[in-house]
Design a protein around this ligand. Structure first.
Ligand code: G3P
Length: 227
């Protein structure tokens, strides 16, 4: 069975391993995302901290993604996370190859090929256009272009490096026309999101702009105004 697609445009919130997204605070952030998505009628997905994935996915009614999986089948692997285990945890899919958790191309291929058989979506992160092209050949559900130097900078990729967003959209869709293309790094407000959509992206992947905000709900409401 083919994995259920997410609606676009979409905001994907990666909670990373910040203190602000651990335990109860992570659940509260997830609840804010769920409330805003349902009340405002917008698409929001979240990537809770790995140890919170099962609990949050069982209590929150928006797509939940793992932040990472390892390229291994279930078995004798200590501390590894399998696609099968995130499926059991209730995930819609997984981030793959985040710049803070890189994988080899063979491992990305393993995960992207295996995910559809488990009805899981893959969002593969890339750092430049050449890597985006290579990953597009693997036919993931989504590609998220994120120049690493802008991550956590508050300087949005869509404003500071608009050409990388527009060119990634163009190149990826040439190779894999149904691929969802997201952009991320430094995205913090509605204007950044609007710019990303104008450049052809199907949404954004972000973290600190919401997770580290004084008032995450206000930050999220500002972001969705750009959709
Ligand atoms: O996965 C999202 C990310 O790497 C971007 O981080 O903090 O710049 O939104 P941030």
């Amino acid at each position: 069975m083919e994995a259920k697609k997410m609606g676009t445009p979409v905001i994907v919130l990666n909670m990373k391993s910040y203190a602000e997204s651990a335990g109860r605070r992570g659940f509260e952030l997830a609840k804010i995302c769920e409330d805003v998505a349902s009340k405002q009628g917008v698409n929001i997905a979240i990537c809770p901290q790995q140890v919170e994935l099962a609990r949050i996915a069982s209590l929150i009614n928006i797509p939940c993604f793992a932040q990472h999986v390892d390229a291994v089948e279930p078995g004798s692997h200590t501390g590894f996370v399998t696609l099968e285990s995130v499926k059991e945890a209730g995930a819609t899919g997984t981030l793959v190859n985040h710049s803070e958790h890189r994988l080899r191309i063979a491992d990305i291929d393993f995960i992207v090929r295996r995910a559809p058989s488990l009805n899981l979506l893959t969002i593969v992160c890339t750092n430049n256009i050449a890597v985006s092209r290579a990953v597009a050949e693997l036919k993931p559900y989504a590609i998220a272009i994120e120049p690493p130097e802008l991550i956590g900078s508050g300087k949005a990729v869509s404003k500071v490096e608009p050409e990388i967003v527009a060119n990634t959209v163009e190149e990826v869709k040439k190779l894999h026309k149904d691929c969802v293309v997201l952009c991320g790094a430094g995205v913090t407000n509605g204007e950044d999101v609007q710019k990303a959509i104008e450049l052809g992206a199907d949404g954004v992947l972000l973290a600190s702009g919401v997770v580290k905000a004084k008032d995450p709900k206000t930050a999220l409401l500002d972001l969705i105004a750009g959709l």
